[in-house]
Structure formats: structure tokens, C-alpha cells
Design a protein around this ligand. Structure first.
Ligand code: DAT
Ligand code: MG
Length: 136
């Protein structure tokens, strides 16, 4: 089995969309293998989004992801799980995300796009290790 890392971001928790978002992953036959509701600390957020350090939106991004609890998830599927999740998420900017996707159906602003999913197997391994260091 193959794992990826997902965050239901603070806007998703605040809007009471945890069930909706997790249901979409489960309906696809993906499994939740670890879950924690946690307010992400600033240092972890800066490490997680390190690829965006220095970009004009970086400070707003870190402030957003740390503002209230987020649901951290390790998701398992039969293969290419990161890609399956990315397809369910939809494009980064919800104004471009296709209907039928999580962002396409439920979000409208780039800064409040509900869900994070690792963008490669390497990112999945790195992010799972960052957020769930005790997971086998
Ligand atoms: P994704 O979340 O689809 O992997 P990303 O890794 O490129 O997208 O960016 C991380 C988050 O940063 C994204 O979900 C929303 C925000 N973001 C990305 N590009 C942005 C931009 N040009 N302006 C404002 N926020 C942006
Ligand atoms: Mg990304």
C-alpha cells in the first residue's frame, strides 16, 4: 500500500467540512491510517511550506495554516495515492478547480482552499515524517 499526507486546513475545520472532505477520500476507497486535530505551530508550518519561503504570499500562508486547528491525515491507497488525492482536490486556485473536485465544489478563494495534499511520493514521505514522526 502507498501513503500520502493530507491536511484539512483551518478553513475546512472552521466550516465543519471535515466529514464532507474525509467522506470524499473514503468514497474513492482511500483509507485513513492516521489522524490528528492539531493547531500547527509556526516552525512546523514554515518547514512544511519551505518551498514557498520568500514568495509574496508566504507570510499569509503560514498565518492561515496556523490560525486554528487543522486535521492532519495519513491516507493510504493501492498506488500513486498522492496523485489520486491531488485529482480529488482540484486545482490550487478554486476559481480554476473543476466542479466535482473538493476545491471546485466547496472553495472560492486561493487563500482558503480547504485541503493540502503532497505533490509527489518524496513530498509525501517528507511530510508524513514531519507531522507524524512516530508513525512506522
Ligand atoms: P497546492 O496547495 O495545490 O499544492 P502550492 O503548493 O503551489 O499549491 O501552494 C501552497 C498553498 O499556497 C496553496 O494551497 C495556496 C497558496 N498559494 C499558492 N500560490 C499562491 C499565490 N500565487 N497567491 C496566494 N496564495 C498562493
Ligand atoms: Mg503544494
Amino acid at each position: 500500500m502507498d501513503r500520502t499526507f493530507v491536511i484539512v486546513k483551518p478553513d475546512g475545520v472552521e466550516r465543519r467540512l471535515i466529514g464532507e472532505i474525509v467522506a470524499r477520500l473514503e468514497r474513492k476507497q482511500l483509507s485513513v491510517v492516521a489522524a490528528e486535530l492539531r493547531t500547527i505551530d509556526r516552525a512546523t508550518a514554515e518547514q512544511h511550506y519551505g518551498e514557498h519561503a520568500g514568495k509574496p504570499f508566504f507570510n499569509d500562508l503560514v498565518a492561515f495554516i496556523t490560525r486554528s486547528p487543522a486535521l492532519l491525515l495519513v491516507i493510504e491507497g493501492p498506488g500513486e495515492t498522492f496523485k489520486v488525492v491531488r485529482n480529488l482536490m482540484g486545482a490550487t486556485n478554486p476559481k480554476d478547480s473543476a466542479p466535482g473536485t473538493i476545491r471546485g465544489d466547496l472553495a472560492i478563494e486561493m487563500g482558503e482552499n480547504l485541503i493540502h495534499g503532497s505533490d509527489s511520493p518524496e513530498a509525501a514521505a517528507r511530510e508524513i515524517a514531519l507531522f507524524f514522526p512516530n508513525l512506522a
